[in-house]
Unconditional design. Sequence first.
Length: 156
Amino acid sequence: MEIERKYLPLDLPRDLESYPHKRLTQGYISRDPVIRVRSIETLDGSGQADRYVLTVKSSGLAVHQEYELDLTRSQFDSLSEKVEGHLISKVRYVIPLDNGLKAELDLFESGCRIPGLRMVEVEFPSVEAMNAFRPPAWFGKDVTEDYHYHNSNLSL
């Protein structure tokens, strides 16, 4: 089960490059159900992906089931040719929060229908934790329930 909230950050944290970050390239083979392929590349200068993943998500905005299957590079390449819309490229920074949670800040680079989009997500261990969460001021507007900001729609 994945439990998350999404926000449009007003500002970016200082020293952003000091946080762990990776480049994600992803596309959607289906939007109902959501079937995504993703490559994950550590930004160490090698330009090589560390992992390739096929993800299937159930319906639901803040709370949904999510299943992952590792892929080979060849499988990722083949499935990428079948995506609807564009492949999205973004850099994800993982930023620790005071309450033990982590913010995943995405800076979209290409393939996104909203140029220059910045979005931050937080995953929670329970619905209760999600409901009790008070985001830092820099998080900005909560867009969890706005389907326009779901990656599967951003790639159209």
